[in-house]
Design a protein around this ligand. Structure first.
Ligand code: ZN
Length: 198
């Protein structure tokens, strides 16, 4: 008897991560024809910046409200500076490790903006975007690394061309973006992913 090669419990069916909470974002469109999903892009986001778990008057997490075009732009002065933006990611991972999916992986989420990875422009066309609740100035949580590693294994299985193509937003848009930031521990993530693969 051999051990199963991959020990994890997350999986993807029909473009959805089975273990994620589903919250549909209107901010997506179709990927270009014949585009293979071939990269995973890691981001951080917090609303207001550097504050975590903040909710609106309806109890809706501000980041989830943003990704579903329901953010009250008057609720905080910072929100006025981004008023009207329409953005999304495929997945959002909160500080406690909870994973929410906002866009089907088969569809094109709006997370990268103008970008280029290994000479291939327009990363939104062919990547999966994962937002971690966080900032450039604070460490991420153990639960976020645990969830992210499991998510990545599930994505590697469902979309084999993403294997070994993990990048940060700052890698694909270096002149515009700094996330996931210097506190994001790539070595730890790769170690945890490799542990799950071994
Ligand atoms: Zn980003």
């Amino acid at each position: 008897m051999t051990q199963p090669k991959i020990q994890q419990n997350m999986s993807v069916t029909n473009g959805r991560l089975n273990q994620a909470q589903w919250l549909a974002s209107p901010n997506f469109n179709v990927r270009p024809d014949n585009t293979d999903i071939s990269a995973i892009i890691i981001h951080n986001i917090s609303l207001p910046p550097n504050e975590f778990g903040q909710v609106d008057a309806n109890g809706q997490h501000y980041v989830k409200a943003l990704f579903t075009n329901r953010l009250d732009w008057d609720a905080h002065p910072y929100f006025k500076t981004i008023e009207g933006i329409e953005v999304s990611a495929h997945l959002f991972i909160e500080r406690d490790g909870q994973v929410t999916q906002l866009v089907n992986f088969a569809d094109r989420a709006w997370h990268a903006g103008r970008s280029c990875y290994l000479g291939q422009p327009e990363c939104n066309d062919y990547s999966i975007g994962i937002e971690l609740e966080g900032s450039d100035y604070q460490p991420f949580t153990d639960q976020q690394y645990d969830s992210l590693a499991q998510v990545i294994i599930a994505l590697y299985q469902a979309y084999p061309k993403t294997r070994r193509h993990l990048a940060g937003h700052s890698d694909i848009a270096p002149e515009r973006k700094t996330d996931p930031g210097a506190h994001f521990d790539w070595a730890r993530l790769r170690y945890q992913v490799n542990q799950l693969l071994s």
